[in-house]
Design a protein around this ligand. Structure first.
Ligand code: NAP
Ligand code: MG
Length: 452
């Protein structure tokens, strides 16, 4: 039985479009089609596969305004973010377009002959995407997967399927053959789960909640299916007294409230060295109060609405702790919430421990380096984080001490398509992006050729 879903604009609560959902039977047909396409795609000459990926990148660039507008309307992303996100897809495609011609194996010295390794594609790769960054997270999966010679089935989140559907059309316009890159709107429990259970899907790339990620890992164990997981985070923004406090405070709202805090890398814990607390909070309050939460179509918007009423209710449930101060938000229809700064009583407070995924940040003080590291590591998560200090030795010691996958020093940016991204502990398994991502979309084959 087929169903469908009314996509809602979270900034207005208006219905944007009705999107039909694939049922199990339709999902299986696309998986089989992707498996057939794999037989030709894997054998396309490396230079030609590279050319097709460059073409896909160019077509995405040609449609960046359209893609950004889709994301503003479907996801409530600010115009600035949505343009960056469309460009990120194009950039990631262009970056991995260089790899089909550089997918080197090795020649290893052995007695009696020669030994070479090949990096073979896996087959059909299933990518399950959440609603918080529909375009970039899709691209981080499909660009390296396609470059390595795999075909792709991609399931967008129910809330946010529109940009992925358009990317599927753009791939065909760019000349990517039918069946190579397939977008399957549908439910996680139907389409997503079928990626886990269908034997022709050889790898699952999942980004989303830790709860569902664990279920996917369990499901993949049945077929020893390859799996990459990008899950939650509870990352720290650590500000030492010797830092440029004004700069750290000016950057702190963006580090947590960007995308309305619906970001696995969001620095939702701020740790300030005790002697700098008053100074930091004074500047931070000014920055939070002028953080622009407004119609995401405006180029001045720094934050839009939350994705859904459901997410709004979840986030609101965290607001029962002492509030230091709040920013502003529209009162018109839409899932708007003002950025909020909490002062939790201790490290057991819910806001300090759980991923909130909304525009809410908790601030606590620490005495010294050792305590800052211990507080940051006191979490089941370990995804990103920031360290603000002018002392290089301290920056190094703290960077090495924190159990997290993507750190930045005197900066809050941790995502670049050139560098590896992923989590320690329950934030995930495996790494995306950077020069090594191809390894997780290939199997190493070793071949010995005798001298005889
Ligand atoms: P979610 O349930 O983990 O959804 C992520 C993706 O997985 C969606 O495409 C979803 O499809 C799909 N899915 C759901 N159940 C599945 C299953 N049994 N098998 C296969 N795929 C399945 O996340 P959510 O419910 O949207 O968000 C809940 C919380 O997760 C958030 O509040 C946040 O804390 C966290 N989260 C983290 C990230 C991140 O980047 N790490 C992203 C999103 C959410 P449907 O759209 O059909 O549900
Ligand atoms: Mg869910």
């Amino acid at each position: 039985m087929s169903t469908s879903y009314d996509v809602i604009n979270p900034a207005t609560e208006e219905i944007v479009k009705n999107v039909p959902h694939l049922d199990l039977e339709a999902t299986d047909l696309v998986i089989v089609k992707a498996a057939k396409a794999f037989e030709t795609w894997r054998h396309i000459a490396p230079g030609e596969r590279a050319r097709l990926l460059r073409s896909f990148s160019q077509v995405v660039t040609d449609h960046r305004e359209e893609l950004a507008q889709i994301e503003i309307t479907n996801s409530g992303h600010t115009r600035g973010n949505a343009l960056w996100e469309a460009d990120n897809v194009a950039n990631t495609l262009m970056y991995y377009a260089a790899s089909p011609e550089r997918l080197f194996g090795r020649q290893i010295p052995v007695p009696g002959g020669i030994d070479v390794t090949f990096k073979e594609p896996l087959g059909v790769v299933g990518i399950i995407v959440p609603w918080n960054f529909p375009m970039p997270i899709a691209g981080w999966g499909f660009a390296p997967a396609l470059a390595a010679g795999n075909t792709v089935v991609l399931k967008p989140a129910e809330y946010t399927p529109l940009s992925a559907i358009r990317l599927g059309e753009l791939a065909l316009i760019a000349g990517i053959p039918e069946g190579v890159f397939n977008v399957l709107p549908g439910k996680g429990s139907v389409v997503g789960n079928r990626f886990v259970t269908h034997p022709l899907v050889r790898k699952v790339v999942f980004t989303g909640s830790t709860t569902v990620g664990k279920q996917i890992m369990v499901g993949c164990a049945e077929q020893v299916k390859r799996v990459t997981l990008e899950l939650g985070g509870k990352s720290s923004n650590i500000i030492f007294a010797d830092a440029d406090i004004e700069k750290a405070a000016a950057g702190a709202p963006g580090a947590v409230f960007d995308n309305a805090g619906q970001d696995c890398c969001s620095r939702s814990r701020i740790l300030v060295q005790k002697s700098a607390f008053d100074n930091f909070m004074e500047h931070f309050e000014v920055a939070v109060k002028k953080f622009r939460v407004e119609d995401p179509n405006l180029s001045t918007a720094e934050m839009g609405p939350l994705i859904s009423k459901k997410q709004f209710d979840v986030v609101e449930s965290f607001l029962d702790e002492p509030i230091a101060f709040k920013g502003n938000a529209p009162t018109s229809p839409g899932y708007w919430m003002a950025p909020t700064v909490l002062l939790p009583k201790n490290t057991q407070a819910r806001s300090w421990r759980e991923e909130i995924f909304g525009p809410v940040v908790s601030v606590m003080v620490f005495e010294d380096e050792a305590e800052a590291i211990a507080m940051a590591n006191d979490s089941e998560y370990g995804l990103s984080g920031s360290i603000w200090t002018r002392d290089i030795g301290r920056a190094l010691r703290v960077s090495r001490g924190i159990e997290t996958g993507a750190l930045s020093v005197n900066s809050n940016s941790s995502v670049r398509f050139w560098t590896p991204f992923g989590g320690f502990k329950q934030s995930g398994l495996g790494r995306e992006l950077g020069p090594d991502a191809l390894d997780s979309f290939t199997e190493v084959k070793n071949v010995f050729i005798s001298n005889d």
